[in-house]
Every structure is written in structure tokens, then in C-alpha cells.
Design a protein around this ligand. Structure first.
Ligand code: F0G
Length: 441
């Protein structure tokens, strides 16, 4: 069993960075993008909180409204488990405080009563990336970074651009040309990041930005940055708080570069070790079938690390060589987790159901609900289970797909706009036709 002493330094110690591969340690204010000794991914280790579980829970509840800076932030409320040394450097919109919803229409689609939906699209730039970016950009401020950079399928770039603008630090983003959704590109440009459209895919962008960070001294803010992971842990911490610290049986999320899978595992490991929860939920990571190297490896007990040429309609998770692989393997192993892949058709069917319920999400997000539906059909999830599915991004991130679905010719459930003359009789005819087609259903 993992105990708090395996995961935390002695109480009151300053946080530091540790290489997950070779164990080398670095001070918390070292800007290296990876372990300088072996190239492995870094993780953050904090001093153990001085409070017991009950007092910690009480402090999180109080932090919701007590602090003047970041007072309403669903990230900085958990500061002692995220970045205890942030002090006055915090760059916050604020972010987090996303709702945990239930909707009968989504339950019917998934085949499960009481499915809880954690909607991260309610963050300020419309995705969960804001939780990692508030912490990552705060670290950039602490370091005095001259510029920050990331590779992105669109949401990370929008979040980086927004937080960098607030901090007054130049932002540089690398996105695959022609492969990111319109809403995300528009945000990134509007918030003012220098935007490089790379002729290649996300995996090429990530290699390029890592070289640029190494050679040009720009601070790297992809989710391989361990502070991003610290921020993203708060999706789980906030969800647990909303559930009164009664851990669910399953937490289901879409997976691409595997930063979130890594963050969820770390959050649960720490929450369990601190006694904030008494059982471990199972993490379910859902990939798109055309970008599913991790799902394939899971089926073979992670004997091989695969990479693929990724292709899926869910552009946010169009990633063939996920960077946080080893961290994510640990998350799945330690939570008795599951990795599966869903086809683009399954993902779009889930998106259409989520949209039509009035909730809405971008395509990649719907992979979580598609995954729940599949596991219900397979009998892995049953009516006795408490399940949370995470929606990672807002419906307006990808307006292009909505136009294709509803104004194109292909989709049987299309909700086509109707052009009319400015005449009340025309409205009457539309209402009569709608009543007729409702009756025919
Ligand atoms: N859902 C959305 C909406 C995303 O934007 C991403 C990742 C994921 C899920 C997958 O999360 O990478 O942690 O496994 N988007 C990144 C980006 C890659 O650049 O915005 P992951």
C-alpha cells in the first residue's frame, strides 16, 4: 500500500522535482524540461501537509471563499497540494469550479442512471487546460521566464495564450497546420500568442518545441511540464470535494497525450495516502480508435510502447506518440484502470447525445461518454456503480463539426436551419410541420 511517507517529503519541506526514471532530484525553481541526467520525465514532490485529512478538507472548503487572490479558483483552493510556494506570483483568471451535472438524456444514451458529468468546458478558455496552465504560467513568473511555449492540438495553445497574456510574458505555440479546430485557433490568435502552423502533425510539433526549449531557452509548458500535472490534479480533487469525498467507482476521461491520465493517477494516489478518500476509483482512459497506441498496449499488459500515425475526427486527441506514457501506465496500474478505444462513429454519437441534452462538448470530450456506454454494454459498469465522466472541452471549440453535422447532407439527425420570409404565416407553417414530424415519431 502507498503511504503518505512514500509520496511526500517531511512536513514543512520545500517542494522539489524528481525524475520518475532515475530518481535524480532538482530544486523546484529549475526550468529544465526533462531530467538533465537521463532525459526522463520530472514529477513534483511536496512536503507532507501538516494538517490531518479532516482539517485539510475543512481548509479546502474554507479556501473556496476566503482568499482575496484566486479566491474563487478551483485550482488554488488546493494550493498546499499543488504549489505551496506560489506566494504572490499566482496568475489566475480564476479557473476550475466546474459543475458536476446529471442529465436524464445522457443517462439514457449511456445506459446508466445517475452518470455524473464533470464539465471542464466551463473553464475560462473552455477546456481543462486552464487548470494546468494557471500553475505552469505561475511557475514561469516565479522563474522570470522570457517566453513560454507549447505544442498543441488547440486547447493547450488557447490556454497558454490567455495566461501568458495575463502574465505579460510572450507566448509561442506550435500547432499542426490545418488540423486544429476553428474555435481554438481563433482564441490563440485573439489572446495574442505567436502562432506557428507547422507542416506536420502534433507529434512533429511536440518534437520541435522540445528542441526549441532546449536550444533557445524558452520555458516549455506542455503537459510533460510537471507543474501542469499538478494543476490538472485539481479536476479530481474538486470532483471528490463535490462528492463529499466519497470516491466514485470509475472516473472516465478522453486520452491523447496522456497528461490528464497521469494527473488523475497522481491526484488519487496522493488523496488516498493523505486519507482524503478511503478507496481508489478505477481510471478509464478512452482513446479514439485512429489514435490508440495506449489502448493497444493496455491489451498487452503494457509490454510494448507503441506509436501510430494518428487520424481521428476528434482533433484534440489526434496524437500518435503520447508523451506522458510511463506516468499514465502507472496511473492505470495503480488504480486497476482500463484503457479502451472508441470509433469516430461512437464518439460522434455520444457528442450528438450530449449536445442535444443541452450540455454540449467538443468531439474529443465525448469519448468519455462513448467509453461509459461501451463498458455498460460489456457489463463492466453496472447500475450499482457510481461513475463520473469528464467532458474536457466546450461545444464551441469546434464549430466546424457542428456546421458539418447540422448543415451538411450526411447526418440523419441534422437540425437544419430553415430560411423563411419575414412573415408570421411562414412561422406558422414551420410550427405545423414540426408538430407533424413530432407526431410521426
Ligand atoms: N480532451 C481535450 C478537449 C483535449 O484538448 C485533450 C488534449 C485531451 C482531451 C486529451 O488529454 O492529452 O492529457 O491525454 N489536448 C492537448 C492540446 C493535447 O494540445 O490541447 P491528454
Amino acid at each position: 500500500m502507498t503511504t503518505s511517507s512514500d509520496l511526500f517529503l517531511t512536513p514543512g519541506s520545500r517542494s522539489h522535482q524528481r525524475c520518475a526514471s532515475c530518481g535524480a532530484t532538482l530544486p523546484e525553481l529549475d526550468a529544465s524540461p526533462a531530467c538533465p541526467t537521463c532525459g526522463g520525465l520530472l514529477e513534483i514532490v511536496h512536503g507532507a501537509p501538516t494538517l490531518d485529512a479532516a482539517s485539510l478538507r475543512a481548509s479546502f472548503a474554507q479556501n473556496c471563499c476566503a482568499r482575496p487572490l484566486g479566491s474563487a479558483s478551483g485550482v488554488w483552493r488546493f494550493e498546499s497540494l499543488v504549489m505551496p510556494g506560489a506566494g504572490s506570483s499566482i496568475v489566475s483568471h480564476p479557473e476550475g469550479n466546474t459543475p458536476l451535472l446529471t442529465r436524464a438524456a445522457i443517462d439514457r444514451f449511456a445506459g446508466l442512471d445517475g452518470l455524473r458529468i464533470k464539465h471542464e468546458g466551463h473553464n475560462p478558455t473552455g477546456s481543462f487546460k486552464d487548470r494546468g496552465m494557471t500553475v505552469g504560467v505561475t511557475q514561469a513568473v516565479r522563474l522570470g521566464a522570457s517566453a513560454v511555449a507549447c505544442a498543441s492540438t488547440g486547447n493547450t495553445s488557447a490556454a497558454l495564450a490567455s495566461y501568458a497574456a495575463q502574465a505579460g510574458i510572450p507566448g509561442l505555440v506550435f500547432v499542426p497546420a490545418g488540423k486544429i479546430a476553428m474555435g481554438k485557433l481563433a482564441q490563440t490568435l485573439g489572446y495574442g500568442a505567436r502562432t506557428l502552423m507547422v507542416r506536420g502533425d502534433f507529434d512533429d510539433c511536440l518534437r520541435l518545441v522540445q528542441d526549441a526549449a532546449r536550444e533557445l531557452g524558452i520555458y516549455l509548458l506542455n503537459s510533460i511540464n510537471p507543474w501542469r500535472v499538478e494543476g490538472q490534479k485539481t479536476i479530481v480533487l474538486e470532483m471528490l470535494q463535490q462528492l463529499d469525498w466519497q470516491a466514485p467507482d470509475f472516473i472516465v476521461l478522453p486520452a491523447g497525450n496522456l497528461g490528464n491520465t497521469a494527473a488523475f493517477g497522481k491526484a488519487l494516489r496522493e488523496a488516498k495516502a493523505l486519507g482524503l478518500i478511503d478507496k481508489m476509483p478505477r481510471i478509464v482512459s478512452v482513446q479514439a480508435a485512429g489514435a490508440a497506441p495506449f489502448a493497444r498496449a493496455f491489451r498487452e499488459n503494457f509490454a510494448t510502447r507503441y506509436s501510430v500515425q494518428a487520424d481521428t475526427i476528434a482533433t484534440a486527441i489526434r496524437i500518435g506518440d503520447p508523451a506522458s506514457w510511463d506516468r499514465a501506465v502507472r496511473s492505470i496500474r495503480e488504480t486497476d484502470g482500463i484503457v479502451l478505444s472508441c470509433s469516430d462513429d461512437e464518439i460522434i454519437a455520444a457528442k450528438v447525445a450530449i449536445d442535444a441534452a443541452g450540455v454540449g462538448c467538443e468531439p474529443a470530450s465525448a469519448a468519455s461518454v462513448a467509453g461509459v456506454r461501451r463498458l455498460v454494454q460489456d457489463g463492466v459498469i453496472t447500475s450499482s456503480h457510481r461513475v463520473v465522466a469528464v467532458l474536457t472541452g466546450h461545444i464551441l471549440k469546434d464549430p466546424g463539426i457542428l456546421v458539418d453535422l447540422h448543415q451538411g447532407e450526411q447526418f440523419a439527425g441534422a437540425n437544419k436551419p430553415i430560411e423563411i420570409d419575414a412573415d408570421v404565416r411562414a412561422v406558422e407553417r414551420v410550427l405545423a410541420e414540426s408538430a407533424h414530424s413530432e407526431g410521426a415519431r
